[in-house]
Write a protein that binds this ligand. Sequence first.
Ligand code: ADP
Length: 380
Amino acid sequence: MIPVERLKESEKLASLGRMLSGAAHEINNPLTGVVGNLDILLRSRDIEGPVRERLERVQKEAHRIIALVRNLLKVAHRDTGKRTRVDLHHALREAVALRQHDFSAAGLELRLEASPLPLRLQGNEQELQQVFLNILNNAYDALKEGAREPVLTVRTALEDDQAVVIFEDGGPGLKDPKKVFDHFYTTKEIGKGTGLGLSITHAIVQSHRGRITAENRAEGGARFKLWFPLTTGESAASLAALPPQNRPQAVSLTAAILVVEDEPAILELQLAILGSTGATTVGVPTGSEAVALLERRDFDLIVSDVKLPGGVSGEDLFRWIEKHRPTLLRRVLFVTGDSASESTRAFLEKSGARCLMKPFSVEDYVTVVREAFDALRSAA
Ligand code: ADP
C-alpha cells in the first residue's frame, strides 16, 4: 500500500528531481571548462609562488562544486543503483567500521547492537551504506558540538516483517526535526554543510520502499529510525539475483489482468511487462470499455490509469466496481502520472487502493503487481 503522503512526496521529488537534474547538467558544462582549464594551467611549471597557491585554492573550490553537483544528481536520480539481495547488517557494519576510528579519536563512543536475526532485503549495498554513513556523520558532528552523553547507539530489530535500524545519540538534538530532510536545510557553518545529506538519505530510503523518521529523544539527543521491507521467500530472493532485464520473467503469474490506459505506448508497455510474467492480459483505452468487459467477466487484477478520457475516469470505474462488483474492489491497482490533483490524491487515499507512480521502471511495475497478488493471497 502506498499512503498518500508517500505519493505526494514522490511527486514532489519527481518534479524537484527534474529541476535538479536539469540544473546540474547546465552547471556541469561550464564547470568542466573551469576545471579543465585550471588543470592545464597548474601543469605548467611557469605558474608558481602566490599565483599557483591562489589557483590551487580555486581548484579546490571548483572540486567542492563538483561534489555538490554530484550530490544534486544523486537526489535527482533516486533509483539508479543495481538491486541485489543485501545483508543489512553487513552494510551497517561496513559503515560503522569506516567511522569507528574517528569516533574513538574524538573521545566518542559508537555502539552497534545488532539483532541476532539475519535482516536481508532487496537493495543496493552502496546506497544503503551511504544512508548509514550520512546519519553517522551527522551524529559525529552533533556529538562533537556538545554532548550530554558522548555516545551514538545503533540498534537493529525485526518489527512486523520489517527491518528496523535506530540511531540514537546523546548530542544537542535536532533544532527543527521537521526540516531535516528538506533539500539544502543545514545548521552547519558555510563550507561545512550542504544540507543535502539527509535529503539524499531520504530519497535512497524511499527508493528501497522504506521509511525514515527524525525526532528528538525525551532524554535529549536525536533519534533516526528507519524501516525497510525484507526480502520474503525464495521467489523474491531469486528475483533479486537475476539481471534486471530478466526480472519480469522470474515472476510467474497465471492470472488474468485487465489494463485500462489511454496512452497507447504506456498500455503496450504494461501489456508487454505483464505478458512476460505469464499473465493473460486484456488492454482497453477507456473506462467505459473496462465497465463493458467487467459486466461480462472477472479479472484477477485490474490495473487502471486514474485519468481516463471519455467520461468514465479511474475514479468512476472504481465506484462502478464498488457498486456492481464489490468482490473485485481489492483487486484494483492504480497507475498515475505526476500531475495527480488534490482531488485525485484524496480519492486514492480514501479508496485504499494500491498505486504506482508514472514514470515507473519495469522492476517497479512487476514489484507492485507482485505485492498486490501477495496481499490478495495472504488475505484469502
Ligand atoms: P548537512 O550535514 O550538510 O547540514 P544534512 O541533510 O545531512 O546536511 O543534515 C541537515 C541538518 O540536520 C544538519 O545541518 C543538522 O542541523 C541536522 N542534524 C542531522 N543529524 C543531526 C543530529 N544527529 N543531531 C543534531 N542535528 C542533526
